[in-house]
Design a protein around this ligand. Sequence first.
Ligand code: NAP
Ligand code: ZN
Ligand code: ZN
Length: 345
Amino acid sequence: MTTRGYVAHEASAPLVPFEFSRRAVGPRDVAFDVLFSGICHSDIHQVREEWGPSIFPMVPGHEIIGVVTSVGADVTKFAPGQRIGVGVFVDSCRTCDFCVRGLQQYCRAGVTPTYNGRDAQGEPLFGGYANQFVIDQDYAVTVSEDCDLAGAAPLLCAGITLYSPLKHFGAGPGKRVGIIGLGGLGHMGVQFAHALGAHVTVFTHSASKEADARALGADDVVVTHAPDAVATSGGHFDLIINASSADLDINPYLKALTTDGVFCFVGISGHPFSFDPSLLIGGRRHITGSAIGGMVELQEMMDFAATHGIASQVEVIEASAINEAYERTVASDVKYRFVIDATTF
Ligand code: NAP
Ligand code: ZN
Ligand code: ZN
């Protein structure tokens, strides 16, 4: 069956309509009609080779929601008609210690990415900007029947990328959490941190986002990254997550951490950052990073979001608007995630 999607044929090229075939449905595979596909800033970084060389032709997309159309003979987790979600990876080695612990995102052999990777035959893997998908059942999650599907798509990357470090680093009652950048990732982080019971401060360079930040659950909003403003934000943060796609001076934020506080990168600008080690030494502070989440945590996050009524705020677009959406995302002009209506591919 022919799959219709959108492709970048070479680095930084505009995305254009594209027809291709998905693999045949194997015994453990699930085929589904894609309904919504989110646009993550990582799609843009990779189309534009901002992280180094990419694989072309590239069909991006790793926030994918759909409805199952058929299943292989050994599939037990899904049945036709059921809602399904796929995120940033579609396979991993399954045998290393991290895979066994459900931390597939840190697989020793490296995950098989949803796109910008190759299949066993060496052919490029095509992602979610398409009307159909085929996935091994172990690398897909179930999606609540109650949730809004467009608003659920960004959970598959943006949602899990913030949920995982918030949980790992103990966001909860009595903890002060800072979120830098109110974009696709950041606006999920605010909602999750608030739902977990933490005190949440948003740091944004967009004055137009202040009211939204509060509505999403922020207790405080700082509308600049200027060192003076960061310094007067109350400080003593237990955890600051940098969800910005841009290069920032992180030193004021390190200074704003409490003793043993954690500064966690999730944003990946593609450039190195510099910091003053005395800011770490003085308060035994930590700089770390976090990648998406494993399959167990991905399902946990989907269920947590459904239970707490957490979803992405989305602008649903037609496929023909993808290139314009890329420009607007780069300009921080989206509230807060573009999601493609997959019936328009
Ligand atoms: P996004 O929706 O474009 O949001 C990024 C935010 O960064 C913007 O909304 C803006 O927030 C801030 N920003 C952008 N340009 C800026 C500038 N010039 N100066 C200051 N701030 C600026 O992107 P996203 O999809 O949330 O992704 C964020 C980053 O995380 C990207 O680098 C992406 O590749 C990365 N990512 C990492 C993982 C992981 O597993 N670690 C997973 C997914 C994505 P304000 O307007 O509020 O300032
Ligand atoms: Zn992503
Ligand atoms: Zn592994």
